[in-house]
Design a protein around this ligand. Structure first.
Ligand SMILES: Cc1ncc(COP(=O)(O)O)c(C=O)c1O
Length: 355
């Protein structure tokens, strides 16, 4: 039997979230963002389900992820796989050709790499509208260079900096900048601006294609304006052992937890190498047998200790770190991070299991 360290992936919840988003976006097409192995959910589980739900556009980071996804979803339908970070070298450009990938272009050298590889397909032109992250500085010039090189601009793309704060003035400023720039260069070229949170804060700017990621996986992008999403991942370990700890004794590395009374402690089968954030040491809780139990002592590489005093918890009981009963937003808030880092931090050695 394998070590109990499992990310259960609830495919019905994935379907539910996709359908909910699809209703919300109306006429716009969804580009499902499945980069970083579907935010840690396993693109080989997620890709086929989204395909079945009618999704025909996917966003990944680079050509390696793109070629892996192409092998999963197949070549022969109308699916588009966009490389949100473009191409880095000749090998990537070759993969665009072989696997029919659609790179997002931000620099002239990417056009050169693609044309040298014999690529003459679709690209996205990604430009900056105020976030000052990756994006062409002069989209008008890049647009003409792309066309001169015989490539086809499938659409313009930009990304929002503050979409998870719906009232933030940058949202509207970026949207206007994006819209005006696109229209100056080529009004008929499709546009894509919104991520998950953008669908709440700026729905009027959904344009032709929207690019939700986190919402597909069921973490509410704006927690106080919930969509009604369902969590796709439940990260679950198991109680391996139960110890009685005497008053005055310590638990785990560094002896940072000292028991004030005799207590029952469960040793759980997952630690930071599985993606349990070490900052949860002496903070936060897990869910066992219908109740939350506090994490005590430092999270170790392979184990986490939990106070189960006054409970019926038994060895072999299932332990949820996040999922149906504890949201990733809740865990993230506890340790000053975001649900994205929890999902993408789930260790490779954790088995992804479709449920
Ligand atoms: C360019 C781009 N579009 C869309 C997304 C999806 O964002 P979210 O997961 O917030 O919906 C990301 C994620 O970082 C991104 O970088």
């Amino acid at each position: 039997m394998s070590r109990p360290a499992i990310a259960q992936i609830n495919l019905d919840h994935l379907r539910h979230n996709y359908r909910l988003l699809n209703q919300r976006v109306g006429q716009s097409e969804i580009m499902a963002v499945v980069k970083a192995n579907a935010y840690g959910h396993d693109q080989s589980l997620v890709g086929p389900i989204l395909l079945e739900e009618g999704c025909r556009s996917f966003g990944v980071t680079d050509a390696t992820e793109g070629s892996e996804l192409r092998a999963i979803i197949g070549k022969h339908n109308s699916t588009e796989i966009t490389l949100l970070s473009g191409v880095f070298d000749a090998e990537d450009a070759g993969l665009c050709l072989d696997c029919r990938l659609t790179p997002a272009i931000t620099e002239l050298n990417q056009i050169e790499l693609l044309t040298k590889a014999g690529f003459n397909g679709d690209i996205w032109l990604k430009f900056d509208s105020g976030m000052n992250r990756l994006g062409a500085a002069d989209p008008a010039t890049l647009f003409s260079l792309v066309s001169d090189a015989g490539l086809h601009v499938h659409g313009f793309m930009s990304h929002l900096a503050c979409a998870d704060e719906p009232e933030h003035p940058m949202n509207l400023a970026q949207a206007k900048n994006f819209f005006e720039t696109c229209n100056l260069i080529s009004p008929d070229t499709p546009k894509s601006l919104l991520n998950s949170a953008g669908l709440i804060s700026l729905q009027d700017y959904a344009f032709d294609v929207v690019r939700p990621g986190i919402a597909l996986y069921g973490a509410e992008p704006v927690p106080d304006q919930p969509f009604g999403l369902k969590p796709v991942m439940s990260l679950t370990g198991e109680v391996m052992q139960i110890r009685e700890v005497q008053a005055g004794a310590s638990v785990s590395y560094g002896a940072t937890f000292i028991s004030e009374k005799t207590m029952k402690v469960a040793v759980v089968s997952m630690g930071y190498a599985d993606g349990i954030p070490r900052p949860l040491s002496n903070q936060g809780a897990v869910y066992i047998r219908g109740e939350k139990h506090p994490i005590i002592g430092r999270v170790c590489m392979d184990y986490t200790m939990v106070d189960i005093s006054n409970s019926e918890v038994q060895p072999g009981d299932s332990v949820e770190f996040w999922g149906e009963h504890i949201s990733t937003n809740e865990v993230a808030a506890e340790i000053g991070t975001i649900s994205y880092t929890l999902f993408t931090g789930v260790g490779e050695r954790v088995r992804r299991q479709a449920v």
